[in-house]
Design a protein around this ligand. Structure first.
Ligand code: CO
Length: 193
């Protein structure tokens, strides 16, 4: 396994729509392992292939809440979240159905140090493939639903700051252009996707 470089806004790859995966190679499996290692090390709860410079429709997620001692806090997970095995690797993910609205404070490994409330669908039904190409389908809500929507946005060349008001977005972009990113303080935030 290897940790990969995380691309940050305004790297052009983050603005591109990623390519559908059609070959189920050992390299694809290896990339999924490396993405997980990179995500855990960051630390973050989700990562999309374009964030590590690969224009491929693959995302990895592990948004299980943890207690101080590192064990998983099952009580904070929804019934639907508990049904989905994590870490989750999703290739060619698609949202099939969606409903409701929820607001969650999001951050992003590609826009480090910035956190804003973003509105998403509360519940989604989605499909995806595993690294061998097997198709599966689930419905989910809670943080996992938010996380999947945030990561699919990455595959479509969209960042969470693109979902903010124009005023908020240009404020953040101006700050980054003028001062760069805040120096790495690696605060252990549980909502960096
Ligand atoms: Co992100």
């Amino acid at each position: 396994m290897a940790q990969l470089k995380i691309y940050k806004f305004p790297e052009p790859i983050l603005k591109q729509a990623a390519k559908e995966v059609s070959e189920w190679t050992p390299q694809l499996y290896q990339l999924s392992r490396d993405m997980l290692e990179t995500m855990y090390a960051a630390p973050g709860i989700g990562l999309a292939a374009p964030q590590v410079g690969q224009s491929l429709r693959m995302i990895v997620i592990d948004c299980r809440p943890r207690l101080e001692d590192g064990t998983i806090d099952l009580a904070s997970m929804t019934a639907l979240e508990k049904k989905i095995p994590m870490p989750l690797v999703l290739v060619n993910p698609k949202i099939l159905e969606k409903k409701g609205k929820t607001i969650f404070e999001e951050g992003c490994l590609s826009v480090p140090g910035f956190y804003e409330d973003v509105q998403r669908f509360e519940w989604i039904k989605f499909q995806g493939q595993d690294v061998k190409g097997n198709l599966f389908e689930h419905e989910v809500d809670g943080v996992l639903s938010v996380c999947i929507q945030h990561e699919i946005d990455h595959l479509d060349g969209k960042l969470f700051i693109d979902r903010l008001s124009m005023v908020k977005r240009s404020l953040i972009k101006t700050k980054i252009q003028k001062h760069g990113y805040p120096s790495q303080n690696n605060e252990s935030k549980d909502h960096v996707l």
